[in-house]
Design a protein around this ligand. Structure first.
Ligand SMILES: Nc1ncnc2c1ncn2[C@@H]1O[C@H](COP(=O)(O)OP(=O)(O)OP(=O)(O)O)[C@@H](O)[C@H]1O
Ligand SMILES: [Mg+2]
Length: 404
């Protein structure tokens, strides 16, 4: 699976500007200057600009004239410990050293923030230097948890971006009427945009509605619009209602999508027909779990649902991965929840946890994943490491890829 362009250029609104046969990983996106000509965010530059701008100015969604101005105007005060840009900023790094994340920081620096930043940067460089194995067959991964706000969308888009940034061909299917994954990937999803609704209800081919993401050449997204809000009910009367997505993905993989390495399906916070459609076509289920008190409630129901699907609709499906999100190692509760999850799912739970990170939560307001918004941040490096684990597990798992 070394060929590029798994999806053709026939998307209704997308792909017009991206016809290269050679996919360029994330590095390429910085050279092309990012979306709308905005240079890819670098912590040092942002930190410096932020000092010159009144932090009471336009916020992420404020009325700044351009995204760059909006980025520049981001208040920095709320950034958490370990976020690269603030640390560099605090250490007063000069503009000439903007590309060197270690600039101005020495190994014996007293500051724990500086030490954490060095550690994060070291890890990022090591990850950048390693190859991520690509699966032999397309891996189709349902990202689900009926509990809301646990990081399903954030995990889907950032893992997808991390894998695509390392050369994989990746499709994200936004199967949530909220359309959050479409927002984070920077693809239009206003009412009337060809979307997953047309695929599920009107037999539209996925290749016709998929859009190439502006920041990463090997990343595509099938957007969700508000139309999808009624789909759970509309699907009830449709023939083979649980197999609508299955049929569409089979078609895709026979043609335009035959070189796809990964398909992530971002589900809504429910176990209705949208989630069922995703599970019926997937080989794997990825469950993000937020490390807090109610985390494990509802998990039994979710596992039962996966078992039911396995028994009656899709014998291939299994829970392959659990990702602990918004993890704060300083709290006992987070550590206890994490160890509880690991004791129940020792093989599925990734060693790498995703820390709570201001950069991760800011990124969607700039229609970006954190992988392009701030690749040096702790959140981006954690998602890159998690993506590597997932890629490597795919090589060794007994049930690795999609059988489509
Ligand atoms: N690692 C993180 N650090 C900080 N904020 C995060 C992190 N992960 C997710 N968030 C924030 O938490 C909120 C919920 O995340 P997200 O939308 O990914 O959850 P979800 O499970 O997809 O929600 P829903 O159930 O509504 O679909 C968002 O505001 C997101 O920005
Ligand atoms: Mg979501």
């Amino acid at each position: 699976m070394t060929e590029s362009t798994p999806l053709n250029q026939g998307g209704a609104t997308a792909s017009a500007n991206s016809t290269s046969d050679e996919p360029t990983p994330i590095a390429g996106s910085s050279s092309k200057g990012g979306r709308r000509g905005v240079p890819v965010y670098t912590p040092v530059e942002s930190g410096r600009v932020a000092r010159e701008v009144d932090s009471g100015g336009a916020g992420p969604l404020g009325d700044a004239a351009t995204p760059k101005e909006a980025q520049a105007a981001l208040p920095t005060g709320g950034t958490s410990a370990g976020e690269g840009s603030d640390v560099v900023d605090a250490l007063n790094v000069s503009r000439e050293t903007a590309d060197d994340a270690f600039a101005g920081i020495t190994e014996d620096d007293e500051s724990p923030l500086a030490r954490e930043m060095i550690e994060t940067e070291r890890k990022r460089r090591a990850l950048e230097a390693t190859d991520f194995p690509r699966p032999k067959k397309t891996r189709i991964i349902t990202v689900t948890n009926q509990k809301g706000g646990v990081g399903k969308t954030t995990t889907s888009v950032n893992l997808a971006a991390a894998l695509a940034s390392r050369g994989a061909n990746v499709l994200v299917i936004d199967s949530d009427p909220q359309g959050n994954a479409s927002t984070a990937l920077g693809v239009p999803h206003h009412a009337g945009t060809p979307s997953i609704y047309d695929v599920l209800l009107d037999d539209e081919p996925i290749s016709k509605v998929a859009q190439r993401c502006p920041d990463i050449d090997t990343l595509w997204c099938v957007p969700a619009t508000i139309d999808l809000a009624g789909a759970d009910i509309e699907l009830v009367s449709v023939v083979r209602r649980e197999f609508r997505l299955h049929t569409a993905i089979h078609e895709l993989l026979k043609g335009a999508g035959k070189n796809l390495d990964y398909i992530f399906i971002d589900c809504p916070p429910s176990l209705g027909l949208l989630t069922l459609n995703a599970m019926v076509v997937s080989n794997e289920v990825l469950i993000p779990i937020q490390c807090e008190y109610y985390a494990l409630e509802g998990l039994t129901q979710l596992i039962k649902t996966v078992d039911m699907v396995k028994k009656h609709l899709n014998p291939e499906i299994h829970v392959s991965t659990i990702v602990l999100t918004m993890f704060d190692a300083r709290t006992n509760l987070a550590r206890e929840v994490a160890s509880e999850v690991r004791s129940h799912f020792p093989e599925q739970t990734l060693e790498q946890t995703i820390p709570r990170s201001v950069r991760v939560s800011e990124a969607p307001s700039f229609a970006q994943t954190v992988m392009t918004y701030d690749p040096h941040s702790t959140g981006a490096v954690a998602y890159l490491a998690a993506a590597k684990d997932i890629a490597e597990r795919g090589q060794t798992a007994s049930d690795p890829g999609g059988q489509l």
